[in-house]
Design a protein around this ligand. Structure first.
Ligand SMILES: Nc1nc2c(ncn2[C@@H]2O[C@H](COP(=O)(O)OP(=O)(O)OP(=O)(O)O)[C@@H](O)[C@H]2O)c(=O)[nH]1
Ligand SMILES: [Mg+2]
Length: 360
């Protein structure tokens, strides 16, 4: 399962955001290093398409897809040399597939810490870059030596990739902002670096900063330079809103000009960032969104429902969700000859509705 890690300075609001996204209850407190252990939760992915299918099928149950989110200990400047929660923090990051930077902008005298999102991003990037430099040191030399001993060309190519990564890192640039070929990135995968993961940023705004949001978030987006999206959110306010019944929540958020709130957008952006897609199954019993990797074929997708469906896969009946809704249901789509029959090599698309035929 692909995971998104929350990365930020102490007291930036990571655990508050984690609770808001996942409905979790990890401790939140106004002192640094409240979080010492990593916690994993699932942020549900709101999906209007699924709701439309559930309505169409009069489903008794609706199951949304979700993104796994990990709350990680705060990073203190100097972490790469063991300060603060140093190593624990870095290990937490190494294990996730994408990073969500939580950058504090809110001011609150009761909560010590930096309230400057661009400076926070700089500090985080510096620690991650230093940690990558440290883990790559001597690696290229080692690989070249092995390459010579074993006459292994792929090790020599890895050494070249490490050298180009080092050149970039030594200018203080994280690899997610660097121009590297897909081939080079592939060769770096075995080095388990921190800055070659895809990134996204949430700027944690104070309630009094909603109107100035664009001016505060803009410079962060500029700093990321197209490497990732930057979203502004009043994390505490959204966390409180998340505790309310749906109609009261909607009233509170829209009253503040926040629409549905930012959390659904964060979940969706994370989903994209991780290269995840959804297909659907729908019926009277339930309508459900299933998660798959972009590019996965029908049997693998069938396997996410149940391993028997992958093992005994015969074919899939497929229709895109909007066509199914337009036609008014599965039986009508079938009668109109609009269900496609697809085999083992079919690459499932985001928004497909599937019914799997299989042998037991
Ligand atoms: N005023 C204000 N306070 C906030 C906001 N978001 C979080 N806080 C407060 O800031 C403090 C730290 O929040 P946490 O969510 O624990 O921060 P963290 O990044 O997980 O902190 P560590 O785990 O210690 O690194 C708590 O007292 C929160 O209530 C906000 O948007 N506005
Ligand atoms: Mg925390």
């Amino acid at each position: 399962m692909q995971r998104l890690g929350l990365v930020g300075l102490p007291n930036s609001g990571k655990s508050s955001l984690f609770n808001a996204l996942t409905g979790g209850h990890v401790p939140v407190a106004p002192h640094p290093f409240t979080t010492t252990e990593t916690t994993v939760g699932v942020a549900p992915l709101p999906d209007d398409r699924l709701d439309a299918l559930a309505q169409l099928s009069h489903s008794r149950k609706v199951v949304h897809a979700g993104v796994e989110v990990v709350d990680i200990a705060g990073l203190a400047p100097g972490a790469s040399s063991g300060e603060g929660m140093g190593n624990r923090f870095l290990a937490g990051i190494r294990e996730v597939d994408a990073l969500l930077f939580v950058l504090r902008s809110f001011h609150d005298e009761a909560v010590p810490g930096l309230s400057d999102p661009v400076a926070a991003l700089d500090a985080l990037e510096l620690e991650l870059v230093l940690a990558d430099v440290a883990s790559l040191e001597q690696q290229s030399e080692k690989r070249r030596k092995q390459a010579r001993l074993r006459g292994d060309r792929s090790l020599a190519a890895e050494a070249d990739a490490i050298d180009s990564a080092m050149t970039i890192l030594q200018t203080g640039t994280p690899l997610y902002r660097a121009e590297l070929s897909a081939e080079t990135r592939g060769r770096l995968r075995g080095s388990f670096l921190l800055t070659d993961k895809p990134v996204l940023a949430v700027v944690n705004l104070g309630d009094d900063q909603i109107e100035a949001a664009a001016d505060i978030v803009g410079p962060v987006a500029e700093r990321l330079d197209g490497a990732g999206e930057a979203l502004g959110a009043c994390v505490q306010l959204e966390a409180e809103a998340a505790q309310l019944p749906p109609d009261e929540r909607a009233e509170l958020l829209s009253g503040l000009g926040l629409g549905d709130g930012v959390l659904p957008r964060v979940a969706r952006a994370a989903f994209q960032l991780l290269g995840l897609r959804t297909f659907f199954t729908t019926g009277e019993k339930e309508s459900r969104a299933w998660t798959f990797r972009a590019g996965a074929k029908a049997p693998e997708c069938a396997g996410t429902i149940h391993s028997d469906l992958e093992r005994g896969f015969i074919r899939a009946e497929v229709i895109h969700w909007d066509e199914l809704v337009d036609l008014g249901g599965w039986a009508r789509a079938k009668a109109a000859g609009r269900l496609r029959v697809e085999g083992r090599d079919y690459e499932v698309l985001d928004g497909d509705v599937l019914e799997i035929r299989f042998n037991v």
